[in-house]
Design a protein around this ligand. Structure first.
Ligand SMILES: Cc1cc2nc3c(=O)[nH]c(=O)nc-3n(C[C@H](O)[C@H](O)[C@H](O)COP(=O)(O)OP(=O)(O)OC[C@H]3O[C@@H](n4cnc5c(N)ncnc54)[C@H](O)[C@@H]3O)c2cc1C
Length: 415
């Protein structure tokens, strides 16, 4: 699948941070990690840290799939607000999932530090604006519910927003725990550290088919080589069709632009992450080299040609929205890009075994929080491989009971 349109910012800014050889000989390992994006890199790093014999393969150069296009906002709130998720999966399940995502932010911070802290990681806060007055009660309900479960959130009124910013929202939910990162650079560091722990990484090596047997799998590469593994971890991002026939997710096109650097973006309160209740929504973040990124305006299309064709229009729409949100700030578009991403019915990722794919574990961080989900997947998979069980695995398993939402529990559509 063609995953990206246009000019994603991170690989352009970072350049070629590392290359790996293609697999040239048949090989064996305990765990084969399929995919060297942020998810595969985190899974491999956790396994290598635990002393597991790991091989990672990717058909592209490493970190050039969706990871290179990510805008890399790190939020614990999933695409489905807690007060709606409660109706989909039950209160205990929903709160545990939110807590797992919250804990993942701290885990990313710790890994970033261990790997030298050069990945643009920064803790920040996030503001979710009520796009319309009718969205205020739902967002206030969200504040109350999250507070009740111990999340550090606050309510900003329209007057407070007007005093501190130019943001035209009817109110906003302030979440004190959020972060941002450069996932492209982070993935390269993770893979380097994984190799230092004895793992083997091969790029430009495509897995074309796999056969399960009693004690594991044999994977075949595009060069006609075989890899024998006890376990397979599928971390192929949005390219899972060869492994999972079920249509579990909806593929979407999404867009982003990055501005030229500026010392200040007037009207942006504390340069927090900004997002909103409207669908499709936009979001904002700063980069560590002084730019602003605005992204969003998702389009319901799985067709990369249609996604490409919309890039110019979506870039213009994002720039226009940027000027509406921050009319006193400069907005000179430097680069823009689009990418494919996927949504699940309840906004939670799929992590774990699938009954029809023996010896395999999936790490599918679908949704707006893909990177946060990747950390959760990495821990769950390490625990499943090393100990045969994981406390959080049940939250994200394929057969969790997601029931349709009751008719609008919130006036906000989705987020
Ligand atoms: C524009 C955009 C903005 C986003 N913003 C955010 C955000 O702000 N915050 C957030 O958390 N998430 C965000 N996401 C989502 C996030 O980028 C993804 O969740 C994440 O990058 C997925 O990483 P991955 O490693 O699973 O997939 P990928 O990076 O795509 O890696 C999968 C790898 O598998 C390889 N592969 C596939 N099939 C095979 C095969 N048969 N053989 C060998 N290799 C194979 C591919 O080549 C690829 O490199 C955004 C996504 C996009 C597109």
């Amino acid at each position: 699948m063609d995953l990206i349109s246009g000019t994603p910012f991170w690989p352009l800014r970072n350049g070629l941070l590392g290359t790996y050889p293609a697999l040239q000989q048949p090989t064996e390992c305990h765990v084969l990690v399929l995919g060297a994006g942020i998810t595969g890199a985190l899974v491999a790093w956790h396994l290598a840290e635990a002393g597991v014999d790991v091989v990672v393969v990717d058909k592209r150069d490493v970190a050039t799939g969706s990871t290179s296009a990510s805008t890399c906002l790190l939020q614990y709130e999933v695409d489905t607000p807690l007060h709606r998720l409660v109706h989909l999966v039950g209160e205990d399940h929903a709160v545990r999932a939110y807590r797992a995502c919250h804990a993942a932010l701290g885990k990313i911070a710790r890994i970033d530090r261990r790997l030298g802290g050069q990945h643009g990681f920064r803790r920040t806060e996030s503001l979710q604006g009520a796009s319309r007055a009718a969205h205020v009660p739902g967002l206030q309900r969200e504040v109350a519910l999250r507070r009740r479960h111990g999340f550090d959130v606050d309510w900003w009124s329209r007057a407070q927003l007007a005093r501190l910013s130019t943001l035209p929202y009817a109110g906003a939910l302030l979440a004190r725990d959020a972060a941002q990162i450069d996932a492209h650079r982070f993935t390269h560091s993770l893979l380097r550290a994984t190799v230092a722990r004895g793992a083997r990484v091969y790029d430009r090596t495509q897995i074309t088919r796999s056969a399960a047997h009693r004690r594991g799998l044999t994977l075949h590469t595009d060069r006609g080589l075989k890899i024998r593994a006890r376990h397979l971890v599928v971390a192929t991002g949005y390219e899972t069709a060869p492994y999972l026939a079920d249509a579990l997710t909806t593929l979407m096109g999404t867009y982003a632009l990055v501005t030229e650097p500026s010392a200040e973006f007037a009207g942006w309160p504390g340069e927090r992450l900004i997002w909103e209740t409207a669908r499709p929504y936009v979001y904002l973040r700063r980069t560590d080299d002084g730019r602003a990124i605005i992204g969003g305006y998702d389009e319901a299309t799985a067709d990369p040609r249609r996604r490409d064709a919309l890039l110019t229009r979506k870039t213009a729409l994002l720039a226009r929205r940027f000027r509406q949100l921050l009319p006193e700030a400069p907005c000179e578009v430097a680069f823009s890009w689009g990418g494919t991403f996927a949504e699940t019915p309840d906004g939670l990722p799929y992590i774990g075994a699938h009954p029809r794919v023996p010896h395999a574990t999936f790490a599918l961080g679908y949704g707006g929080n893909g990177i946060t989900f990747s950390v959760i997947a990495a821990e769950i998979i390490r625990d499943l491989v090393c100990e045969g069980r994981s406390r959080d695995a049940e939250l994200f398993r394929f057969d969790r009971a997601a029931t349709p939402a009751p008719p609008h529990t919130s006036p906000s559509a989705g987020r």
